[in-house]
Design a protein around this ligand. Structure first.
Ligand SMILES: Cc1ncc(COP(=O)(O)O)c(C=O)c1O
Length: 409
């Protein structure tokens, strides 16, 4: 087995880490090791002051005038343009609005309507919202959803495929699809592809324009650190934008929202996918949170993620052999979290949380740890696995209190 790093060596890795100063941009509770940034990102310190300003000065003092005075109305496009470089898109190809689930619904309906082909193809075991939403959208359009095993997907793409709907990095295993290859394969077969980037954006390398991606959605509260329930984003490649007509038609997506025309006319470009009034405070938080990426490249972030993963995997293999890593070892085949299967994953996760290491559990048996390269260090990983080792060795997780399940698991 490769060499296992000691605490001193982990500290030396932190001292040599060019991204170490970025950690200072985040509020990280004293003594806590936070390995759940793939579910809810940590709080960027600048967001606190910005939220105060947005509430007290902009809302409090400007009131309704804020829509123009502070350009609240331009926030969906402005924040979208800030996300664009992180995913390899043009600024006007990304807009921030609604939730990932709602954006999926909007794009599936608009895109699948363009073709008579009957099948929306996805992966069995995809994140449930993607499948539920696709099933509803398919029902409305008189198409059908087919969810097939990952290994069978590529071969299943055919001349009945309307839309290929895939999550780039799997929420549970962390396995990453080859975005360029599958998009090209679908295109060859005459199908469009819609990617869910929730577990890639802000951590894994993405080059949507280079890879020929037509449609995508993604989450604002995971690696982008926009806060609980932050608005999501949607992406439509330039060439496709004017071809799509939204089925969910709100006044904010009208060509002239304040003309109050009875007749619907879609706004130019991506603006047509806006529906209702933008969530101004959520947008303000996400906009400021994105500043935490200033000065760092996605390549640097990914290199750090790979190094964090490598250390985590080596330490767990050496000290907790009963935990089976289910995340692919090859960097190009995975995202930025690491998952382990164990029949008592839930209890182990609770025991770890009691020991101030926050990871999460995904049913039925997966223990998942987010490796957020902007603010995690190598010492965090070392200490987290050390506490995990102690919990496994002492079997402390068997305490019945760790089996109690809350509403959110
Ligand atoms: C792959 C994926 N898609 C979508 C979502 C959820 O989106 P929403 O913000 O609509 O709850 C998640 C949430 O964890 C996710 O992991």
């Amino acid at each position: 087995m490769a060499q296992v790093t000691t605490l001193t060596e982990a500290q030396a890795l932190d001292a040599a880490d060019p991204l170490r100063p970025w950690r200072e941009r985040f509020h990280l509770p004293e003594g806590l090791i936070y390995l759940d940034g793939n579910s809810l990102g940590a709080l960027p310190k600048a967001v606190v002051a910005r939220q105060n300003e947005a509430v007290a000065r902009e809302w409090g003092e400007s009131l309704i005038r804020g829509w123009n005075a502070h350009d609240w109305i331009g926030a969906p496009q402005r924040v979208g343009a800030k996300i664009a470089p992180l995913i390899g898109a043009k600024p006007h190809e990304v807009i921030v609005c609604d939730s990932t689930s709602v954006n999926l619904f909007k794009l599936i309906l608009a895109a699948a309507k363009l073709s008579e082909r009957p099948v929306i193809l996805s992966e069995a075991g995809n994140f449930r919202t993607d499948l539920y939403v696709a099933e509803g959208a398919a029902e409305l359009l008189g198409r059908r959803l087919e969810a097939v095993a990952r290994e069978a997907l590529e071969a299943r793409i055919g001349d009945d495929t309307n839309l290929l709907l895939l999550t780039h990095v799997h929420y549970k295993s962390g396995a990453r699809f080859d975005m360029a290859a599958l998009t090209a394969r679908a295109r060859e077969a005459g199908a469009r592809t819609l990617w869910d980037l929730s577990h890639s954006t802000g951590a894994a390398p993405l080059a949507l324009n280079r890879d020929g991606v037509e449609l995508a959605v993604g989450c604002g509260y995971k690696y982008l650190n926009g806060g609980p329930g932050a608005p999501a984003f949607l992406y439509v490649e330039e060439a496709l934008q004017e071809l799509l007509t939204p089925m969910l038609r709100g006044w904010m997506g009208h060509a002239a929202p304040f003309a109050f025309d009875d007749e619907y006319r879609p706004a130019p470009g991506l603006d047509r996918f806006l529906v209702g009034t933008p969530p101004v405070l959520g947008l303000a938080a996400l906009e400021t949170a994105l500043d935490a990426f200033d000065g760092v490249t996605m390549d640097q972030l990914w290199a750090k993620s790979v190094a964090l993963f490598d250390l985590f995997q080596r330490l767990v293999a050496a000290h907790c052999p009963e935990l089976a890593c289910v995340t692919p070892a090859e960097p190009e085949q995975r995202g930025s979290h690491i998952s382990f299967a164990h029949p008592h994953a839930f209890e182990i996760c609770q025991a770890l949380i009691a020991a101030e290491v926050i990871g999460d559990f995904r049913a039925p048996d997966v223990l998942r740890f987010g490796l957020t390269p902007l603010y995690l260090g190598f010492e965090d990983i070392w200490r987290a696995v050390d506490r995990l080792r102690e919990i496994m060795a002492s079997e402390r997780w068997r305490d019945p209190k760790f089996a109690v399940r809350g509403k959110v698991t």
